[in-house]
Write a protein that binds this ligand. Structure first.
Ligand code: SAM
Length: 289
């Protein structure tokens, strides 16, 4: 790894006239060049010496390099932008068999297929592209079967998204994302990263979030939980007996739902604990099946 040019130099080598590699906004490209920071992110997950690390969006390989330097045994990286191929080829060669790169869209690639089951525990560590970060996380949270193929997720998001992931009831950031994340994972906001750490700098502060799958989440189906949470938070200032009308259960069905979930109906979505959402989702399934 020591013999490689710096990540900044690698990026500049791609375009004539220095840093002409136009970072593509459409692909959420904000790169990290500071190895101290990427090494800190790399150390924020589980020990790297066992299992496989999946990285979404290695780009010019700043975080990938840090994962390898910190001792990752095996890294599988998925990148959509082929312009990084020459840089990632050099990194793959320097990794002595520890890095493999797949070129494709992480929202479509079946990542689990690239993780050897015997390589467990697997974890995902990524500075996610902002445009697909939330859909990717939701896809991982709704994985079936559960517990999933990954033992942990260490992910960089815009700070506001990170706050929405870790929020608890009563918190102004509490909503559908917190319900889904908290239902299946223990969540922690690890640390903030200022815009100045990225090239080009984004407009807002970012945060690294760690999620660890719960082995026994409360029993309900993810799609029902999503539906109930979307209805409840769709009108978050209204009482749930009003907001949940959009579930289409009719007056009696709705009254039954409230009763079975132990609700008066006068509560607001932001005050309901995740366990209540899980109870609503399961009761909703019983009523519509
Ligand atoms: N990991 C690098 C770093 O920290 O400097 C780059 C992070 S940058 C925020 C996001 C990366 O994800 C970019 O390299 C971008 O090309 C890539 N990307 C964007 N959409 C993607 C997708 N759907 N699948 C795979 N990679 C994607």
């Amino acid at each position: 790894m020591d013999i490689l040019p710096s990540v900044r130099a690698e990026v500049e080598s791609l375009g004539p006239g220095g840093s002409r590699l136009g970072a593509k906004k459409s692909l959420g490209q904000n790169f990290l060049f500071d190895l101290n920071l990427t090494r800190k992110i790399a150390r924020s997950g589980f020990p790297l010496s066992e299992g496989t690390v999946v990285e979404v969006g290695p780009g010019p390989g700043g975080l990938t390099r840090a994962l390898l330097i910190e001792g990752a045994r095996r890294v599988v990286a998925i990148e959509r932008d082929e312009r990084f191929r020459p840089i990632l080829d050099r990194l793959t060669e320097a990794s002595e068999g520890r890095l493999s790169v797949i070129y494709g869209d992480a929202t479509k690639v079946d990542i689990a297929q690239h993780v050897v089951a015997t390589d467990a525990p697997a974890q995902i560590i990524a500075n996610l592209p902002y445009n697909v970060g939330t859909p990717l996380l939701v896809g991982w949270l709704l994985s079936e079967p559960w517990p999933p193929w990954f033992a942990g997720l260490t992910l960089m998001f815009q700070r506001e998204v990170g706050q929405r992931i870790v929020a608890q009831e009563g918190d102004k950031h509490y909503g559908r994302l917190a319900v889904l994340a908290g239902w299946r994972c223990q969540t922690h906001l690890m640390f903030d990263v200022p815009p100045s750490a990225f090239v080009p700098p984004p407009k807002v502060t970012s945060s690294v979030v760690h999620l660890r799958p719960r082995s026994n989440p409360l029993p309900c189906q993810g799609k029902d939980l999503e539906k109930v949470a979307a209805a409840a938070f769709g009108q978050r200032r209204k009482m749930v007996r009003q907001s949940l009308k959009s579930l289409g259960l009719g007056q009696d069905g709705l009254a039954d739902l409230m009763k079975r979930a132990g609700l008066e109906g006068t509560e607001r979505a932001e005050a309901l604990p995740i366990a209540t959402f899980a109870a609503l989702a399961q009761t909703y399934r019983d009523l519509v099946s």
